[in-house]
Design a protein around this ligand. Structure first.
Ligand code: ZN
Length: 495
């Protein structure tokens, strides 16, 4: 399989696309391309010959057929909020799903909704809310990310502990294949044992196997009561102890258990105007805990109070605050959600999105932090995130006063240290952000070789000419950009 594409006459393709979609939905001007050829963190600068905005599944299929006939690659994009370079084009066409943003139907008895892939996640949540239901996928970019991208990357977020990740929230899909055919798998069934699970091939495939155009999503009863707590303790091990006790006491009511180290609180308080210190004292480790229930008489605050007062009495935690008020709850979540964006004010950061078994999560944080500090004295580990899922965003902030580029030049060294520890603990080097470009070469190192071989076979079977998001997840062909985020990835494919 080769990733080198020839395009005898680009104008022919552009003309064909304009004929299929209408002139105004095929953009080639530099200004129109600018938003689509780089990603959020500015790590990758791509290139494209056009951005197209189909308005229907049939139009997506027409674009794919035209591009396939011309041998030109396609990168499908939702909100372009990905964090692994998966949506950056290296030549070819960007297929924006922005116009396909309709909620096709809601079935409250079946507890499902059918939506187009370009629906913004917050709009999906709102449509469920209108029916007094919940679509629980929730992440910081929910105001701009689109559900097709959430499914293509199997997004996680802050409610996975209770509801699962995107994969667990979808019942059916509609997908445009690499040859332009449409697979209508929009079944709204909880049970369907009719052969291989095709849906799960496409969820998490990052646009490399097909283009998701619509989905049937699962809905849940809307929560009627919530209780939120913030705890301060000495170690991640203490936090794990509290998590285990709460899970057995609260069961399904436990929706989120998010871990924050002292450095996270310090950075947010320093750089986010209006952020408020959650507890009076100073602690090395914190956790944000949320319980919710669809039963309006559930006494969640009482439950939290009972468990947390026991843990204070036996010395597991130093302090805790519990709130049922919406304003205080928002303030606590604000602390958690501002970690990523305020970290940029602390200079360079090297990030890892990893998972280990939940029982290992505290040991992982301790071991990886120590190993990184040994490798570079002064480096500031910032390990935070979805503790209850075993998913830690193991970020490293540069030592104070160090040259940013000098720090970032050690990217590979820190990847090796952190990922080796993750691997030894039976973990994953990509928990919820995906592989994209940034972890493509890491995958070769850590993924089971038989699994990699099967992935190659699937890619070859479903996309034999490597048209769909080439160079992402798997390196195919011999002329692909490096997966490293620094330096300049070689542009490939169409010039
Ligand atoms: Zn996360």
């Amino acid at each position: 399989m080769s990733a080198s594409f020839s395009l005898p006459n680009p104008d022919t393709l552009i003309d064909a696309l304009k004929a299929a979609l209408g002139e105004q939905h095929v953009r080639t001007a530099e200004d129109d391309l600018a938003l689509h050829i780089r990603e959020e963190r500015g790590l990758y600068q791509g290139r494209a010959i056009a951005v197209v905005r189909p308005g229907s599944t049939e139009e997506v299929a027409a674009v794919v057929r035209a591009a396939a006939a011309a041998g030109v690659p396609i990168v499908a994009q939702g909100g372009n909020t990905g964090l692994v370079g998966g949506g950056v084009p290296y030549g070819g066409i960007v297929l924006s799903m922005a116009r396909m943003n309709r909620v096709r139907s809601v079935d409250s008895v079946n507890a499902t909704m059918t939506v187009e892939a370009g629906c913004i996640l917050a709009d999906v949540q709102a449509a469920a809310h209108t029916e007094d239901m919940l679509f629980p996928l929730s992440l910081p970019s929910e105001g701009s990310c689109r559900i097709g991208g959430n499914l293509a990357t199997n997004a996680g977020g802050t409610a996975v502990l209770r509801y699962g990740n995107a994969r667990e929230l979808v019942l059916g899909l509609e997908v445009v294949l690499a040859d332009g055919r449409v697979w209508n798998g929009l079944k709204a069934l909880r049970k369907d044992n009719t052969g291989y699970d095709l849906r799960n091939l496409f969820v998490g495939s990052e646009g490399t196997l097909g283009i998701i155009t619509a989905a049937v999503l699962k809905l849940f009863p809307a929560p009627k009561v919530r209780a939120t707590a913030f705890i301060g303790c000495d170690t991640p091990e203490n936090a794990l102890d509290v998590f285990a006790r709460l899970r057995s006491e609260a069961g399904e009511a436990l929706v989120a258990f998010e871990f924050l180290p002292r450095l996270a609180i310090e950075i947010v308080l320093r750089h986010a105007p209006g952020a408020v210190r959650p507890l009076a004292g100073d602690h090395a480790a914190y956790a944000l805990i949320e319980l919710s229930s669809p039963q309006s008489d559930a006494n969640l605050e009482g439950l939290l109070e009972t468990v947390l007062s026991t843990t204070i009495e036996d010395g597991t935690i130093g302090d805790a605050t519990i709130t049922g008020s919406e304003a205080q709850r928002a303030a606590l979540w604000n602390l958690r959600e501002r970690i990523s964006d305020t970290q940029r004010y602390e200079g360079g950061s090297i990030k890892h999105d990893v998972s280990v078994p939940v029982s290992q999560v505290a040991a992982f944080i301790a071991e990886a932090s120590q190993a990184c500090e040994d490798a570079m004295p002064g480096v500031r580990p910032l390990a935070f995130g979805h503790f209850g899922d075993g998913n830690i965003h193991f970020n490293l902030s540069q030592p104070v006063g160090m040259e940013k580029d000098a720090f970032l030049s050690r990217w590979e060294m820190f990847n090796r240290i952190v990922h080796d520890i993750v691997h030894a603990m039976g973990g994953s080097i990509s928990a919820e952000h995906g592989v994209g470009l940034i972890k493509r070469d890491e995958l070769l190192r850590y993924k089971d070789p038989v699994a990699l071989d099967l992935m190659h076979k699937l890619k070859t079977a479903l996309d034999p000419h490597n048209i769909l998001n080439p160079g992402k997840v798997l390196a195919l062909g011999d002329d692909l950009p490096s997966s490293l985020p620094h330096g300049s990835p070689r542009p490939v494919l169409v010039s």
